[in-house]
Design a protein around this ligand. Sequence first.
Ligand SMILES: Cc1cc2nc3c(=O)[nH]c(=O)nc-3n(C[C@H](O)[C@H](O)[C@H](O)COP(=O)(O)OP(=O)(O)OC[C@H]3O[C@@H](n4cnc5c(N)ncnc54)[C@H](O)[C@@H]3O)c2cc1C
Length: 280
Amino acid sequence: MNVLFPATVEAALEALCAEPDAHVMAGGTDLLVRCRAEQNRPETLVCLEKVADLAGFEISDGRIRIGAATSMTAVLENAAVRERLPLLHGAAKVFASPLVRNMATLGGNVCTASPAADMLPPLYALGAEVELRSLSGVRTMPVNDFIVGPGQMALAPGELLSAIIIPIPEGRTIQYFEKVGRRKALAISVVSLAALLRVEDGVIAEARLAWGSVGPMVIRCPEAEALLKGRSLTLGALREAGEKVRDTVSPISDVRASAEYRRQVAANLLLRLAQISGAH
Ligand SMILES: Cc1cc2nc3c(=O)[nH]c(=O)nc-3n(C[C@H](O)[C@H](O)[C@H](O)COP(=O)(O)OP(=O)(O)OC[C@H]3O[C@@H](n4cnc5c(N)ncnc54)[C@H](O)[C@@H]3O)c2cc1C
């Protein structure tokens, strides 16, 4: 196997162009497990660990830009993420174990495009964009357009995910992430919910809700969001929104949970918003 360690983004992009069948490797926590399971060794790996430009945080114009190869430990420990994006911080807190978080990257989690990827529901709810780089330039698109199917992304040949750009929510927001798994730690989610509510004068001005593991991709529920908008945050309103969610999600049954259980949990998780905000 040919393993390349480019030191710059340009060198990484040139390597990808020269070797169209090369695989990008960030932390390797998904890629290497998959290669072993499928007994499939790629001819060439382009490793991102030495590309300093692909890691780190920048804050400007009301947005946080996180380099794709930033480790999950760095995301968890970043003060701006903790204070301004508690939704993302909440997901990073329950992500894998410290050892895996040291290797795994935020960009790698996005690029697995798994319906159970923990960082995706928060990124959907926060309205994040992905920045994609190739030798011909840079383009951005909303993360929900980037993920086009389970394990599938709108990544052109020779392109890298270079950063994730997250608008910092304005005003008073309630941000909440919860993952239900079969055990407390190191569990793949059975259902997860990322919720962002902007509340003005006691009224929900905006609701953004995204669920993981209840369909082939992360699912938003515009009907539930519309139902909450303009209302007070009450248990009754959340129950009604939960009914919409039950009808919208399309989970599968697998070894970890039945479809009906997932449907019910997806609806019930909304009720946590009453608990954390003290609503009745
Ligand atoms: C023990 C264990 C526990 C885990 N627990 C969790 C968990 O709790 N929650 C969770 O969501 N996941 C979990 N995972 C899965 C995994 O750790 C994450 O999905 C992780 O974020 C992947 O990042 P990575 O940097 O290791 O990606 P890699 O394995 O390096 O890459 C994953 C995929 O993305 C592509 N890729 C990576 N970076 C880029 C880029 N910048 N541009 C283009 N393509 C790219 C690779 O080619 C590959 O196809 C776990 C894995 C293990 C082994």
